[in-house]
Write a protein that binds this ligand. Structure first.
Ligand code: ATP
Length: 230
């Protein structure tokens, strides 16, 4: 176990397996958030690169159960499996972590088949960074009004939309968002200001950023409408 803080400020302990671009960036971000991080890779060069940044770094093959036990992986709060190309190693590692009853296991999936298997063998969370970024970028390219896009499920998403030229001075009721598009405004960003759960009487100004939740088909209608109008 790594040293933890005392009392209420107990730091969560994370282990990241695989120090490619994805795993490496997770390590750096977790450290920036003040978390304790154990970084693991079979590649000595990668481990040396991260040794100075993370709490602890180890050269180990995560398909070797003994090696993982030796590192005390079973005591970690959250393990992120960021092995890319070697799908077999990713699956075997997830199985071992599940058997060790690790509290939370996040695994990077390479494709849909990989995801299906991971779902069956104990991964608590599966991420597809390349696919998700592809979807986001496509939305940003298609519509200049869409700043960001987050897929919540196969059917629902959250988008960040810029209020265009034709919008200005109208309230949420005037725009009739819910009945016209079936979408809800979660928040309005105006410069540094953010209004969460805005009142229906809230006025929307040009260049406001609206954070909207809804079904994909409704969001598409909304995006198309806003593109036509701007
Ligand atoms: P990225 O796109 O995040 O850069 P990638 O998808 O190309 O990475 P790989 O380079 O295949 O992924 O793997 C990421 C890292 O995982 C590599 O540094 C590799 O050495 C490490 N790795 C692969 N198999 C294992 C294993 N069994 N145990 C520990 N580390 C492993």
């Amino acid at each position: 176990m790594l040293e933890g803080s005392e009392g209420l400020n107990v730091k969560k302990q994370f282990a990241v397996i695989g120090l490619g671009r994805f795993g490496g960036s997770i390590c750096k971000s977790l450290v920036e958030e003040g978390m304790e991080v154990l970084a693991i890779d079979t590649d000595e060069e990668k481990v040396n690169e991260y040794a100075a940044i993370v709490t602890q770094a180890a050269i180990a093959d995560s398909t070797d159960e003994k090696a993982l036990r030796g590192l005390g992986i079973g005591n970690f709060d959250h393990v992120i499996v960021a092995i890319g190309d070697n799908i077999q190693a990713s699956i075997l590692t997830t199985l071992i972590l599940d058997e060790m009853a690790v509290g939370h296991i996040t695994v990077k999936a390479q494709n849909d088949y990989h995801e299906k298997v991971l779902n069956k063998i104990g991964a608590h969370e599966i991420v597809h960074p390349e696919r998700d970024i592809g979807v986001r970028i496509a939305h940003n390219i298609v519509s200049e009004n869409v700043l960001d896009y987050l897929e919540l499920s196969d059917e629902y998403s959250i988008v960040e939309l810029v209020a265009g030229k034709t919008i200005g001075g109208e309230t949420i009721i005037d725009l009739d968002f819910r009945s016209k598009y079936g979408c809800n405004i979660l928040a309005i960003k105006r410069g540094e200001d953010i209004k969460v759960s805005p009142w229906p009487e809230e006025e929307i100004k040009q260049n406001d950023v609206l954070i909207v939740i809804g079904a994909d088909k409704d969001i598409n209608r909304l995006e198309n409408h806003w593109i036509d109008e701007n």
